[in-house]
Design a protein around this ligand. Structure first.
Ligand code: SF4
Length: 262
C-alpha cells in the first residue's frame, strides 16, 4: 500500500510483468536457511532467486525436492520436473519454452502454466529428507479439521483422505491406497459449493501423481482398504494388521448401495 501511495497507481502498475503487475508479499517457509516474508515485484523474481538468494538456500547438505508455491492447497511442484511456459516476444509472437523449477517466474500466469498457482503466496520448501506421505498427511489433517461440513464430498472426502494417509503412515498401507486417494480427491474437486473442495483435493491429487514412489513404498499390503466404509466392521477386524475403529452406525447402509439390498 505504501508504494501505491508514494508512487501513484499508474506508476505502481508498471512494476512486475504484463498482466501480473505490482508487488506481492510471499512467505517462504520450510527447509530453507532464512525463512521469512519477502516483498517481490510480481514475476521479476524467479523461484530460484527466491529460494536460493532471498531465503538463503537449502539447509547444509540438503537438496531441493519439492516446492508448494502458493499455500498448502497449491499443487506441489517436483524439483526435477520440466515445465512448459509460453512467452510473448517483442514482435508480438509467442514461443513455448521448457524451464527448470529454479527458472519459474513468481507470478500468477507462470505458476498456473506450470500446473500450480501463486495462491496465497505461502511458498513451502521441502528438501530431500522429507517423506512426501508425511507431508501430505500433515496437509490432509488440516483440511479434514477445517471443512465446515456443509457439502458431503468435502466433509466426508477430506476425512477419508486423512484417514487413509494416517493408516499408511502407521504401516497399514494397502496397494489400492494411491488409487483410492486419487478417486476420493477427484470426486471432491468441482462438486462442492465453495473452493475449499478444490483446496483439499489438489494436494492429494498432486502428491500422489508427482511422488508415486513414496506412496507405493508405503502401500504394500494386498488387503482391501478399511475406508471408504464399504466393508463391515467384522470384515475389517478379520484383517488383524489394519487398525480400524467400529462404525457408529449400521454399515449395511453403505453396502446396500443404490439398489437398497445387501
Ligand atoms: S466445500 Fe466449503 S462449504 Fe462445502 S463443506 Fe467444504 S468448506 Fe464447507
Amino acid at each position: 500500500m505504501k508504494h501505491i501511495i508514494a508512487m501513484g497507481g499508474a506508476e505502481y502498475s508498471r512494476l512486475g510483468r504484463p498482466g501480473n503487475t505490482g508487488t506481492r508479499i510471499v512467505c517462504v517457509s520450510g527447509d530453507v536457511v532464512r525463512p521469512g516474508y519477502f516483498e517481490i515485484e510480481v514475476g521479476k523474481v524467479t523461484m530460484g532467486q527466491l529460494v536460493y538468494e532471498m531465503a538463503g538456500g537449502m539447509k547444509f547438505g540438503r537438496q531441493l525436492r519439492a516446492v508448494i508455491p502458493g499455500g498448502s492447497s497449491a499443487k506441489v511442484l517436483r524439483a526435477d520436473e520440466r515445465f512448459k511456459i509460453k512467452e510473448k516476444q517483442p514482435d508480438g509472437s509467442t514461443i513455448e519454452r521448457e524451464i527448470f523449477i529454479d527458472e519459474i517466474p513468481m507470478d500468477f500466469d507462470s505458476l498456473a502454466a506450470c500446473g500450480s498457482m501463486a495462491g496465497s503466496g505461502g511458498v513451502i520448501v521441502l528438501d530431500d529428507s522429507r517423506d512426501m506421505l508425511w507431508a501430505l498427511n500433515n496437509i490432509n489433517e488440516f483440511y479434514a479439521h477445517e471443512s465446515c461440513g456443509q457439502c458431503t464430498p468435502c466433509r466426508e472426502g477430506a476425512l477419508w483422505m486423512k484417514k487413509i494417509t494416517d493408516r499408511m503412515l502407521l504401516g497399514g498401507g494397502v496397494m489400492q491406497d494411491p488409487a483410492t486417494l486419487k478417486t476420493v480427491a477427484d470426486n471432491i474437486a468441482g462438486r462442492t459449493i465453495c473452493a475449499f473442495g478444490e483446496a483439499c483435493a489438489w494436494p492429494t491429487q498432486s502428491f500422489v501423481e508427482k511422488f508415486p514412489e513414496d506412496f507405493a513404498a508405503r502401500a504394500t499390503k494386498s488387503a482391501p482398504p478399511p475406508l471408504p466404509p464399504e466393508y463391515t466392521p467384522e470384515e475389517l477386524i478379520s484383517e488383524e494388521k489394519i487398525p480400524t475403529v467400529p462404525l457408529a452406525h449400521n454399515p449395511g447402509w453403505e453396502k446396500a448401495g443404490a439398489a437398497g439390498t445387501i
